[in-house]
Design a protein around this ligand. Structure first.
Ligand code: NDP
Length: 284
């Protein structure tokens, strides 16, 4: 058996078209969704992510601004820029590309973004709302995974769901969204004992570890749904996920890397930006 590839590129294109149609409607009533992306320093991977986000804004008909600060920028300079963007009515959403240089506290930056413009959903007030299930924005990567599951009619209800990784941006919110869908959720991390056994119990396995080809076929149950969030570089410098290719032969569904979760993450950012524009204009 070879797994069905869950095509995040195709689903993204479909959702971006829907967002573009919604944007046209909003524009007719004088509202233009706007995204400001901030990049501090010259990290190569971050530059690619920012470029992809700008491209997605164009596809969705949004106004967008890119702010590039040098790697030597101070925290005060960045907070000052965020304050200006918080007050700018043309900007519906603000995204500060992580990681940041070490002289800047990521927590301070996340806290400074107006929760109504926090399209990454990293601010503690938005994180709290995700816990209760009464949220405005969902964090982009886990939200993208849930959209993919929905598209392929995979229901988490009653299923054993295992999330490997407990970061604030992926693992933890991913577990929470699966729980909201009535999955029975286990979160694993670097201190987990019996990782292979736990992964093998999963009907739905999400890998968000950041280690190339870490999840191998012997860790996966026959017929499991495997979601690969990882974005790593292998020895040849090629982009690869956290899940080894041999898992394709065991899983029923699997996300490819690239072309699975990655494009969905950016599309969910677009979804949050149009939602922010609506919220700020009191439109449901
Ligand atoms: P983090 O480094 O913040 O978290 C990694 C998690 O993996 C940690 O919880 C860590 O455990 C766990 N881990 C590390 N080693 C092991 C191990 N040997 N066994 C079990 N668990 C382990 O990474 P992120 O969550 O930010 O990202 C994860 C991956 O997803 C990366 O490859 C990243 O590039 C990718 N990513 C992809 C996105 C996309 O759009 N496709 C978006 C965001 C991220 P512990 O907490 O104990 O240290």
């Amino acid at each position: 058996m070879s797994a069905i590839k869950m095509d995040g590129k195709a689903l993204s294109a479909k959702i971006r078209n829907q967002i573009l149609a919604e944007t046209e409607e909003l524009k007719a009533s004088g509202i233009v969704p706007g995204l400001a992306v901030i990049l501090v320093g010259d990290d190569q991977a971050s530059q690619i992510y920012v470029r992809n986000k700008e491209k997605a804004c164009t596809e969705c008909g949004f106004y967008s601004e890119k702010h590039i600060l040098p790697a030597t920028a101070t925290q005060d300079e960045l907070l000052e820029l965020i304050d200006i963007l918080n007050k700018n009515p043309k900007i519906s959403g603000i995204l500060c590309q992580l990681p940041l240089p070490e002289q800047i506290s990521e927590d301070a930056v996340i806290a400074a973004i107006d929760p109504k413009k926090d399209v990454d959903a990293f601010n503690t007030s938005n994180v709290g709302k995700i816990m209760t299930g009464d949220y405005d924005f969902l964090p982009c990567t886990p939200a993208g995974v849930m959209e993919l599951l929905k598209e392929y009619n995979i229901n988490a209800e009653g299923k054993q769901c295992v999330v490997v990784g407990r970061s604030n941006i992926v693992g933890k919110p991913m577990a929470m969204l699966l729980l909201h869908e009535n999955g029975t959720v286990t979160i694993c991390h670097s201190k987990t004992n019996n990782l292979t056994e736990i992964c093998k119990s999963a009907d739905i396995l999400v890998a968000a570890i950041g280690k190339a080809n870490f999840i191998t076929a012997d860790m996966v149950k026959e017929g499991a749904v495997v979601i690969d969030v990882g974005m790593n570089r292998n020895e040849e410098g090629k982009v690869c996920g956290d899940v080894s290719n041999d898992v394709m032969e065991k899983a029923s569904y699997m996300t490819p890397v690239p072309g699975g979760v990655g494009p969905m993450t950016i599309t969910m950012l677009m979804k949050n930006t149009i939602k922010a524009a609506k919220l700020q204009n009191s439109i449901k």
